[in-house]
Design a protein around this ligand. Structure first.
Ligand code: PRP
Length: 175
């Protein structure tokens, strides 16, 4: 597989991240304690980090890790928790940050997991949405872009751990 055409430019991504951050900042302007930005490793790190730089309300960072994909391009559909929350989220406002929602299996699993800790609120912020691939519905509160069903890399998203560092999102193509 090789890097194909640019689907979203670095500039378009940054612009949209700023807009999402503005909306998040407005919505959480009156919270008593910092908003917990819960990133799902590893893909959402770039997005969550940039988002946090534009958000104007106080935030805390936490991370969870799950495994659902192998090294290829297809989901196994099996979700396993590899790294749990480290913060106490009970009674806190939590914003789960994802780079992409595909089948929705990962996010549904994590949503249920976090809900069991009884946060005061739990919402989802996602950069890329592949609606066509949805198996389980997920409630998206903040969405960057709807994208077609291509395998995409860059801005956190990988193919075999490569391309996460790209500032733009590209389509992956066969050699
Ligand atoms: C990606 C992405 C989501 C998940 C979405 O992670 O970050 O967590 O897949 O897919 P789904 O909607 O079909 O469940 P991935 O498993 O590729 O791990 P990574 O973030 O470490 O690259």
């Amino acid at each position: 597989m090789k890097l194909g055409r640019e689907l979203l430019s670095a500039q378009a991504i940054q612009q949209r991240v700023r807009e999402l951050a503005e909306q998040v900042s407005k919505d959480y302007a009156r919270i008593a304690r910092p908003l917990i930005l819960l990133s799902v490793l590893k893909g959402s790190v770039c997005f969550a980090t940039d988002l946090s730089r534009y958000v104007t309300v106080p935030v805390n960072f936490d991370y969870v890790a799950v495994s659902s994909y192998g090294s290829g391009t297809e989901s196994s559909g099996v979700v396993q928790l590899l790294k749990d929350l480290t913060m106490e989220v009970t009674g806190r406002d939590v914003l789960m940050v994802e780079d992409i929602i595909d089948t929705g299996l990962t996010t549904s699993f994590l949503f249920e997991h976090v809900q069991r800790h009884r946060p005061s609120s739990l919402k989802l912020c996602v950069l890329l949405n592949k609606e066509e691939r949805r198996v389980k519905p997920v409630p998206i509160s903040y969405k960057g872009f709807d994208i077609p069903n291509h395998f995409v890399v860059g801005y956190g998203l990988d193919y075999d751990e490569l391309y996460r560092n790209l500032s733009a999102v590209h389509v992956l193509e066969p050699d």
